[in-house]
Design a protein around this ligand. Sequence first.
Ligand SMILES: [Fe+2]
Length: 136
Amino acid sequence: MHQPLPQVSLESMNDVHLEEVHILNTLLKQLGSDADFKTVSESFETLLAHMQEHFSSEERLMQEVQYPSYRMHKGDHDKVLNEARYAEMEWRNRRDVEALREYLEEELLTWLDQHIKAMDTPMADFVMQFEKYKDF
Ligand SMILES: [Fe+2]
């Protein structure tokens, strides 16, 4: 359904990205098959929780290595998390399947692809300079 995810030089980050896309695809499948409100809402919760954990683990790592673009990278995480929380509020208020599908496909997935290319890739390369992260 989508192009393969861009790969970064830290395997652990690729694993987390892949998990996130799996959750997203599950949610999209549910939206495409008229799943009930509760099922969709629970998957959305799972996605939000995963995004939060995904971002904070990257942020911890950036702080450990004193990554120079930490603030910009974290700013991009915070922005997309706020948008996702807003989309969730909209979903709960309106239950608009088409609006949610559009948000996930056109905004969130596009964001993820661009974020990985523009921010996670240089971050992973920076982290890889440190011997102890080579097998991450
Ligand atoms: Fe990131």
